[in-house]
Every structure is written in structure tokens, then in C-alpha cells.
Design a protein around this ligand. Sequence first.
Ligand SMILES: Cc1cc2nc3c(=O)[nH]c(=O)nc-3n(C[C@H](O)[C@H](O)[C@H](O)COP(=O)(O)OP(=O)(O)OC[C@H]3O[C@@H](n4cnc5c(N)ncnc54)[C@H](O)[C@@H]3O)c2cc1C
Length: 289
Amino acid sequence: MKPAPFEWHAPASVAEALELKARHGDDARFLAGGQSLVPAMNFRVAQPAVLVDLNRVAGLDAIAHGADGSLAIGAMTRNARIERDAAAAHSHPILAEALHEVAHPQIRNRGTLGGNLSHADPASEMPAVMLALQASFLLRSRRGERAVEAARFFLGPLATALAPDEMLAEIRIPPLPARTGTAFLEVARRRGDYAMMGVAAVVTLDAGGVCTAARLACCSAGPTPMGAPRAAATLVGTRLTENDMTAAAALLREEVDPMGSVQASPAYQRHLAGVVATRALRLARGRAA
Ligand SMILES: Cc1cc2nc3c(=O)[nH]c(=O)nc-3n(C[C@H](O)[C@H](O)[C@H](O)COP(=O)(O)OP(=O)(O)OC[C@H]3O[C@@H](n4cnc5c(N)ncnc54)[C@H](O)[C@@H]3O)c2cc1C
């Protein structure tokens, strides 16, 4: 298949890119790594009249490490680069762990974090990870900029809080407190496939081994990345024993809303959610300790 005809613009600056998006609105799409947009155009599922190519725009692909352990990642940073960033692996090891499950190395070499998040595929790993890390997204337009929490960014399958004239410019990830353990685990039919179920877990322990904070978020578990706040809340104040984790996983199974696919029925996905959540929590607990 070949795409429908389109106009192509290659701005050199963010200001120029935002000007083009403001002028063309919903008729225009930003082109990042092209790993989702180009196949969709070739199948004519997407037929943007205008492409605003971000690949020549300066200043959108930096990884900034804050002295407090926070991260600010430019939207055009390639997934492979984040996966290999030693400082990010130290401050937020869950990023590399989850990115390793995103497609194949060739796709991660081109695909960007901003493109992955803007695409908002509910089966995608990184939106769930961003939810668990309480990340926020810097959105820019000619009108100004605003920060949107991950929890408010994903509105539905392939739908986000981005306005027609806005660009996702930067992903901001807060530092993880001391004695915090993280884990991302998924079950997929084949390596590199979208997951039938994936779970991101973040737990913080005090010096005595009692859980002081916990967050759980799942991919392929509903119309958006799905947090499981009720399940996570039950873990706070516990020692994360096997019983505590099994009880939380049972609640999480009720909080997710899987849609099913050719590979797995919603009931099987729900079952997987409990199994994967328990394993991810066990791993995160071990790492926190
Ligand atoms: C065979 C295959 C397997 C894959 N498997 C997985 C997988 O297992 N897990 C997974 O998560 N993904 C998977 N993907 C998708 C891949 O991760 C894509 O790279 C990613 O979803 C899109 O990133 P991109 O940079 O290529 O964005 P593009 O394809 O260029 O853009 C995607 C969408 O985001 C918009 N966009 C891009 N950048 C911005 C921005 N800065 N601001 C606003 N809007 C923007 C575009 O206009 C477009 O609508 C797979 C892709 C392929 C081809």
C-alpha cells in the first residue's frame, strides 16, 4: 500500500514546527520515528494532509538528569538511546526494563518516547510505566506551554489531551525515593509482540521493611493505560508478604478492564493481570530491600 498524497514540511526549530501545527491543526501530524504513523498512512488508516517532520528540529532530544534524581527527556529522544543511558538506568531502571519489551531493536532505534506516548496505544508499555512513575508531560503550542500529568494525558485508545496545535515536547519523571524498587513484567506470545498483559510496579519501603508507598499500572488492560489505585493502597502499611501481594493482585484484577484480542480473551487477560502483578510486586519488593 502507498499513503494518500500529503504535504511534507521539515522545520528546523520548535517555533517553526508549532507555527505549522497551529496553521494546519488536525489536518497535520507530527512525524517522529514514523514507526506507527507511516504504517498507518500506508494502510490509509491515517491520511494526514500535512506532515510536520520533527527529525530536523533542534533541541528536542536531550536527556537531562536533575541533581535530585529526576529526569527530563526530550520527546524526540529515540527509545534505544534511553534504553542505553547509564544514568537513567541508575535513577529509573524500569525505563530500560520496559523499553526492552517495546517491539524490536530496529524499531526502538527509530521510535521516540514522545511518539510512543503521543500515539497512546493502550497496549503500549511506556504509557503504563509513565503512570506508575507519576510522570508529567510538557505540551507546547504557539499559545504557550502547560504540564499535564500522565494520569490526565491518556483519554482513550489513540486519544490524548494534546490539542490540535500542541506538541509533546518533554517528559518529566520525578525522582524515586530511597528504598524504592520498581519492576516491569509482561506476557506476550512472541518476543517483541504487544503484550497480552503488562504490569509496572513501584514500591517504597521504610527502614523496617514496611511499605510506605505503592503504585501499579497495566498495559493491554483497558482503553488507556490502567492504574490500580485501590490495589496499590492496600499494600501501604504492610510488609508486602505473599498474602499482601496476592490480596492486592485480586483487587487489581477487578480494577482492570481488558478488551480482549485475537490472542487472549478478556477473562484470560484478567487472570494474567493478577499473575503478572504478583510477580512484578515480588521483584519490586526485592529490589527495594
Ligand atoms: C512491528 C512493530 C511492533 C511494535 N511493537 C510495539 C510494542 O510492543 N510496544 C509498543 O509500545 N510499541 C510498539 N510499536 C510501536 C513503536 O513503539 C512506535 O515507535 C511508537 O509507537 C511510535 O513512536 P514514533 O516515534 O515512531 O512515532 P510516529 O509513528 O512518528 O508518531 C506516532 C503518533 O504520534 C504523533 N506524534 C509523534 N511525536 C509527537 C510529538 N512530539 N507531539 C505530538 N504528537 C506526536 C504522530 O503525529 C503520530 O500520530 C511497534 C511498531 C512496529 C512497527
